[in-house]
Design a protein around this ligand. Structure first.
Ligand code: HEM
Length: 499
């Protein structure tokens, strides 16, 4: 990289309040960057880098050319500039275009709430998700989004979510039985196991008769499609046409066609009234737009089936995978969860009534989603010119809320890279700015499945943890990889033993 370009990059960083050397924020930042060797006070284990929860080492200087391409294809988060972890607002010039990173809670509130009408999902969603999900609730904008959101909202009322918990517990119990049938010390790929468990749950919530769908084939197709999204993003960021060939394009196309076939079959079941009373697809098929009376056609139903199937299981599975990973590094936190489960259940099997009372378990899941948010970035594009942090942002500028970086921001978190569930003790969490922690997003487009996901994660964790002991394969260091969601690249190998 030339010096001139380097200087230009730093000039392009638009900084609200810099973490100036010597200030409190700068000190926190310095400490967190150098603190991975600290003894872990909670666990009293010997602490060294091998036990520190993994983190991304962001580049201090912008990446260019082949290095940029390789990084974006492999893991786009590794191309994000280091400044976004310590500045409230950064405009980075990357490969000839401006990318805005919004990290200060008051500015995030502007984008996601106060000016939400101005911001759309934009080109990245268009290039990566729309080809497979179509114009469903996650990907649509404007009036088409609004009516779908209104139509789906009643299905996520607390009473519906509560009614789903027994089916969640049954799925967790099937997983527990399968694990208990394995020989002691057997190694499993936990991320795969969690995907299969949450997949069972979401299919049961969407449609009756999950056994009629080929879970293995669907999961393969989803993973296959998502593994190409790095290329799709790189091509979009370079403003190249979407039809451009790239490695894996044909496999991604095959995966997309397979998923569309599955969706068409699901819609046939719904139309033939075989999707089950109270199931989400039945509710969606019966829903109408209160202002126009419009109902969902087959295309809308298929798009939403795929959206709920993908958005409704991947993310929760990843939250659980990263939670188990952190518990494997922090046995004291695990012991505390086990004590809580015994206390709440009195030694009986976990029931739907117990789940909301597992408060420390919930804190651990929240902290896991802080360090490893399953949706690590929220991307938007302004429809018209807008001013943010005193800067004029042109229409069409890629605007990122980099959730992963916000959750480890030096100005917002004390010792950001450290695992500490006490950050989510009620009195601590209440004192925090709502927009400093957003694993489920915020504003009108906040995750519709949030309470479902939280209940599901706690129910599955409690069921599995109390009967199975999981430890990361010795000396294994997972790597993060963003493929729309934040996955452990190469899975999460864990050794199982009974408790
Ligand atoms: C831990 C689990 C989950 C996480 C971390 C998560 C995260 C998110 C985030 C960050 C968004 C906002 C995206 C944006 O603003 O661009 C979102 C939206 C959405 N999520 Fe989730 N989600 C989870 C579970 C679920 C579940 C279980 C379902 C369904 C059963 C679901 C369905 C949706 C849908 C349909 C949207 C689009 C909402 C809209 O645009 O109106 N999610 N999710």
């Amino acid at each position: 990289m030339t010096l001139a370009r380097d200087r230009a990059y730093h000039h392009k960083l638009v900084i609200g309040q810099r973490a100036r050397p010597g200030t409190f924020a700068a000190k926190i930042w310095h400490q967190s960057a150098t603190q991975n060797n600290r003894p872990d006070v909670q666990d009293m284990t010997t602490w060294n880098d091998a036990f520190a929860p993994i983190r991304i080492e962001p580049p201090e200087r912008p990446l260019w050319g082949l290095r940029w391409l390789r990084t974006v294809v492999a893991n786009p988060m590794e191309a994000w500039p280091a400044a976004i972890y310590r500045e409230p607002f950064v405009v980075a010039r990357s490969m000839g275009r401006n990318v805005v990173f919004v990290a200060a809670p008051e500015l995030i509130r502007e984008v996601l709430l106060n000016q939400a009408e101005v911001f759309q999902k934009g080109e990245l969603s268009e290039r990566t998700l729309k080809p497979v999900l179509g114009e469903a609730i996650l990907t649509a904008d404007g009036a088409h989004w609004r009516w779908q959101r209104r139509a789906a909202a009643p299905a996520f009322r607390p009473e519906h979510v509560f009614a789903l918990v027994p089916s969640i517990l049954a799925a967790a119990d099937r997983r527990r039985a399968a694990w208990q049938a394995l020989p002691e010390g057997a190694e499993i790929n936990l991320s795969h196991e969690m995907m299969r468990t949450t997949f069972d749950v979401i299919l049961d919530a969407l449609l009756m008769g999950r056994d009629s769908l080929d879970a293995e084939g669907i999961e393969k197709a989803i993973t296959g499609y998502l593994s190409s999204t790095g290329w799709m993003m790189a091509i979009a960021l370079l403003r190249l046409p979407p039809w451009l060939p790239y490695p894996g394009a044909r496999a991604a196309r095959r995966a997309r066609l397979h998923l569309r076939d599955v969706a068409a079959m699901a819609v046939r079941r719904v139309r033939e009234n075989r999707s089950g009373a109270g199931r989400l697809m039945t509710l969606l098929a019966a829903a109408t737009d209160p202002s126009t009376g419009r109902a969902m056609d087959d295309q809308d139903l298929a798009d939403n089936f795929l959206t709920f199937m993908a958005a409704g299981h991947e993310t929760t599975a990843l939250a659980l995978t990263w939670t188990f990973y952190l518990l494997s590094l922090h046995p004291a936190a695990e012991q505390r969860i086990l004590a809580e489960i015994e206390n709440v259940t009195g030694g009986e099997p976990v029931t739907a009534e117990h789940v909301p009372r597992l408060s420390f378990t919930g804190q651990v899941i929240q902290e896991a989603m802080r360090l490893y948010p399953p949706a690590p970035v929220i991307a938007r594009v302004p429809r018209r010119e807008i001013t943010l942090a005193g800067q004029v942002i042109a229409p069409g500028t890629l605007t990122y809320i980099p959730t992963y970086a916000v959750h480890r921001h030096a100005l917002l978190w004390d010792d950001p890279d450290r695992f500490d569930p006490e950050r989510f003790a009620p009195h601590v969490a209440e004192a925090r700015d709502r927009y400093a922690y957003l694993p489920f997003g915020a504003g009108p487009r906040i995750c519709i499945g949030m309470s479902f996901a939280l209940a599901e994660a706690a129910a599955i964790l409690a069921t599995l943890l109390r009967s199975c002991h999981l430890r990361l394969r010795p000396a294994y260091r997972p790597r993060m990889k963003m493929q729309v969601t934040l996955r452990p690249a190469g899975g999460m190998p864990m050794r199982l033993s009974p408790r």
